[in-house]
Write a protein that binds this ligand. Structure first.
Ligand code: GTP
Ligand code: MG
Length: 335
């Protein structure tokens, strides 16, 4: 059955074919991430959820949900995950109403360690597992600095454990690993670096599947993304830039804040963006070979997006089903 060149019909078909991604930032760190992503004008719905009304008010998002019903003054969950969880439970209908009914993937972002994100995101994901069964649930989280204190570390351990049980996959980023890598940096600066990392990873996840049309664009089919991300437990996501494909690829592999072991990966998504003249197929092929030789998987899906927006080549590597030394120690070890 052909479609006779009716633009509105074609536009409607394009919308139907598009992968629908919703990005939900819960709590202060999550809202901050939504704010940063808003500037990128990605083809994804941005939803901010918080118990903290002033922070939520200052966040730019397509949709905002105030998690409430606990205290008279909505100013956060005071670092108590149970309070964050309760607030999400109280507001769950509003939260679900904000998320598209036919959503394909929900990316949840939270800084683990506090009350709202740590308690709230698992409650939301559990509900999504029941009521938006088809949707992929991806959590992008940070783990607190040990220096933030025992309480926060304990909260984060609990939150991470819960998220492991209700997410398809988690992309963890430990502030400790970041501090160790960068050495002698201030807390606000570390948060900034982490903010950038979160935005880059989420951007890659969206662009990789976005239905942008243009010459030379190769998207990774969402059914493949779904297949390798379902029940992948932990995934590594790294983004790197450089003059050549090789430089960008190597930097992406080093963009690791979870001490990941890639040899157990069961599927890899590889994505290159940059000026067309830099997207060298020979080099791209060698990086794919590098993965199949070193990652213990032959399942590599790759996409490219020629764009004049970037000065250098940007590589995004997402390896699903990996081991994270940091996470294991973090969950297994005491405080
Ligand atoms: N990268 C980054 N991390 C942050 C930021 N703010 C907080 N964090 C981290 O995220 C953890 C949780 O903090 P918040 O997101 O502020 O906590 P919350 O979810 O709002 O919880 P409550 O305020 O207790 O209700 C902290 O322990 C920090 O490690 C931020 O702006 N950027
Ligand atoms: Mg807060």
């Amino acid at each position: 059955m052909g479609i006779v060149g009716d633009e509105s019909v074609l536009a409607e078909r394009e919308r139907m074919a598009a992968v629908k991604i919703n990005i939900v930032g819960v709590g202060g760190c999550g809202n901050n991430a939504i704010n940063n992503l808003y500037k990128l004008k990605l083809p994804a719905k941005l939803i901010a959820m918080n118990t903290d009304a002033p922070v939520l008010r200052r966040t730019s998002a397509d949709k905002k949900v105030l998690l409430s019903g606990l205290t008279e003054i909505p100013r956060g969950a005071h670092g108590v995950p149970d309070v964050g969880a309760k607030a999400m439970e109280n507001s769950i209908e509003d939260a679900l109403a904000a998320i598209d009914k036919d959503v394909d993937a929900v990316i949840g972002i939270a800084g683990l360690g506090g009350g709202t994100g740590t308690g709230g995101l698992p409650v939301l994901f559990r509900e999504l597992a029941l009521r938006r069964k088809e949707a992929l649930r991806i959590a992008v989280v940070t783990l607190p600095f040990r220096e933030e204190g025992e309480e926060r570390v304990k909260n984060a351990q609990m939150g991470l454990q819960e998220l492991l049980e209700c997410s398809d996959t988690i992309i963890p980023n430990a502030n400790d690993v970041l501090a160790e890598k960068m050495g002698g940096i201030t807390l606000p600066y570390a948060f900034k670096v982490m903010d950038r990392k979160i935005a880059r990873v989420v951007e890659a996840l969206v662009r990789l599947q976005s239905p942008e049309v243009g010459p030379g664009i190769i998207n990774v089919d969402f059914s493949n993304v779904k297949r390798i991300m379902r029940n992948a437990r932990i995934s590594f996501a790294g983004v790197g830039e450089g003059r050549r494909i090789y430089d960008a690829f190597n930097r992406a592999l080093r963009d690791d804040y979870a001490e990941t072991d890639l040899s157990t990966a069961h599927g890899v998504l590889l994505f290159y963006e940059g000026k067309e003249i830099y997207l060298d197929m020979g080099q791209i092929r060698s990086t794919i070979n590098y993965i199949t030789n070193n990652f213990g998987t032959s399942t590599v899906f790759f996409g490219i997006r020629p764009t004049w927006e970037l000065a250098e080549v940007r590589a995004s590597v997402i390896a699903c089903g990996v081991k994270s030394g940091y996470v294991e120690e973090f969950l297994g070890g005491g405080v």
